[in-house]
Design a protein around this ligand. Structure first.
Ligand code: 3HC
Length: 311
């Protein structure tokens, strides 16, 4: 029977059908989805920290309102993704425990500091831009709840990317000091943004299987290249330069060549040695502890009202 189940699962995936929560699926498929969706959700909520750092210091009410809306969106993205992951039989509590215990990852990009206001623009333009390039294909992922969560997340990400681009454009066209601040932020966020797409294909542990299961639609290097090709003309219209002298259009390839990524830095940040790893995870643990009373109150309320049957 197991062989029949596996054969029909493989046929369904090969036929581009959606796998839904109640369908039979190989344990490894389930485990890899929990791994990726959990890390995706963790990235969203940890990603709130670098930007929240600037909410109280935004230069205008308009910028403050935009940034608050964006950070709120990230919390919502985390919620969708934890809920989608729960359809695989895990719980948000279990996933958060693994995050707090260092047993699950979040995107390396959030282990870098936001040193100036321009970083908010660089994150919107580059980090959310990279996230869109990586996430649009996941809208076609074989697992239904994950693919459907991505549709709304990608729509909101495009607002995140546009507000970042517009913020950088204002600075780039501002005073000399503002232009320099924007350029400094791009210099610091460019390479770590390329690392968001994961290690090179030949060092990617999951890509082959993830692509066979149609979870991953394009390889890490393919999406990274796609992002570079999008970002180069945008940098030109921003009047900012990307910190890579090797970027050059390659007519033959139909893509931009670009310089070597410092993979030692990437693996070092994944090992926990990035500039802000400690700070991010400590702040996350504290937020979780300080938020316990809210969870307890919500649970008590739910308990009281479901037992009385009142809404
Ligand atoms: N940061 C942290 N860990 C990373 C990473 C990164 N930038 N890139 C790869 N890794 C990890 C992988 O998780 C895997 O470790 P694991 O076995 O412990 O999970 C290992 O490095 C090897 O990488 P693989 O390429 O084999 O792993 P994947 O096939 O999972 O590919 C991925 C990595 C492309 C990030 C994929 O997991 C993915 O597409 N995830 C969903 C998208 C996502 O998580 N994006 C986070 C960006 S931030 C964000 O979206 C918030 C937005 O608001 C900006």
């Amino acid at each position: 029977l197991a062989d029949q189940l596996r054969a029909s699962f493989d046929a369904a995936v090969a036929a581009e059908e959606r796998v839904e929560p109640r369908d039979w699926m190989p344990d490894e498929y389930r485990a890899s989805l929990v791994r990726q969706m959990a890390q995706h959700a963790h990235s969203e909520i940890i990603g709130m920290q670098p930007e929240a750092n600037w909410i109280t210091r935004a230069p205008s009410l308009r910028r403050k309102a935009i940034l608050m809306a964006k950070v709120q969106d990230e919390a919502g993205h985390g919620l969708y993704l934890y809920s989608a992951a729960e359809t695989l039989g895990t719980s948000r509590d279990e996933l958060l425990d693994k995050l707090h215990a260092g047993k699950q990852k979040y995107s390396s990009i959030f282990n870098y500091p936001t040193l100036t206001w321009a970083d908010v623009g660089a994150i919107g333009w580059l980090v959310d831009g990279a996230a869109i390039t990586n996430q649009v294909p996941i809208c076609r992922c074989s697992y239904g709840p994950y693919a459907r969560a991505m549709v709304r997340i990608c729509k909101e990400e495009s607002f995140h990317q546009r507000q970042g681009y517009e913020l950088l454009l204002a600075l780039s066209r501002g005073t000399e000091a503002q232009h320099a601040m924007a350029q400094d932020a791009v210099d610091r966020w460019w390479w770590p943004s390329l690392m968001m797409f994961g290690p090179p294909d030949d060092e990617s542990a999951h890509s082959a299987q993830s692509m066979a299961w149609r979870i991953k639609r394009h390889s890490n290097d393919e999406l990274r290249q796609r992002f570079v090709d999008i970002a180069v003309p945008q940098a030109e219209s921003l009047g900012l330069t990307l910190p890579d002298p090797d970027i050059k259009w390659n007519e033959e390839r139909g893509h931009h060549d670009f310089g070597a990524i410092d993979w030692a830095e990437f693996w070092d940040v994944l090992k926990g040695n990035g500039p802000c790893n400690e700070q991010r995870i400590n702040q996350r643990r504290t937020a979780h502890e300080e938020g316990a009373w809210v969870r307890d109150a919500a649970a008590a309320y739910a308990e009281k009202h479901t037992s009385t049957g009142r809404e």
